[in-house]
Design a protein around this ligand. Sequence first.
Ligand code: T3D
Length: 258
Amino acid sequence: MGTIKYQKEGSLATITLNRPDVLNSFNREMAMEFQKALDSASTDPEVRAVMITGEGRAFSAGQDLAEVTAENGPEIDSIVREHYNPVISRIREIEKPVIAAVNGVAAGAGANIALACDVVIAAENASFIQAFSKIGLIPDSGGTYTLPRLVGWGKASALMMLGDKIGATEAESLGMIYKVVPDNDLMEVSKKISVTLSEMPTRGLALTKQALNRSSGNDLHQQLDLEEKLQNEAGSTHDYNEGVSAFLAKRKPEFKGC
Ligand code: T3D
């Protein structure tokens, strides 16, 4: 795969957005290869966590604007429908934790792809820009869903309308991301967290993700019912038995992910 690098190490799959000359902005080829890489990670039983990062100095500058203005370039409705919506659906629905290691600027769809991940870690020099308003678009890639839930309506609407650049430290203090780390430590820290997640009870994490995905559409009682159902499933896994047995025996658990 040219525009995407896919690397498997133990139970961790790393997907690297790889068009560094244009700050890993998405053309159709990269969007399609990204979807394929997410599908590979999803269906491979050996993979139990997925880390997404960018090659070079950016995470992703969003849509490749040269592509949309090119003769025979894709139409806007097909870009959203065929490029970004399937990416965000995959990230939210894949039954494994997805970690974003944000190595530099994340703008437009690039920002919202990062924010759709389960755990977002950013280098100190990274930044997040809802760049859409500056070119007359609305935030896509789930931004209007995700951002207000992360930082609240008031902050989200201002960030989306003004298109301000938010540094990683501010993003962390707003609750937009999990953690900011020194630039040189980004890959080491992100990998360590990803490997930790890949060795945890994968089915339980998938059910946690399902509960979180549904939480903002449910009222309290619907969510309590959902928790009961999902907890029953979690409680019937090998990893639940293993976790409890290991705790009582004062030994390290050996989770299998099922
Ligand atoms: O129809 C649709 O578009 C629907 C889909 C929408 C989804 C979206 O993502 S819309 C938002 C698209 N993205 C943007 O508007 C961001 C555009 N880029 C920037 O504002 C800046 O590049 C950054 C703030 C991200 C970084 O600035 P800086 O100064 O660090 O870098 P630069 O010099 O602007 O960019 C470096 C190179 O990357 C440059 O090419 P060159 O001059 O070296 O040949 C630049 O043209 C290229 N580049 C950066 N972003 C894009 C891009 N090329 C194509 N598309 C880009 N998005």
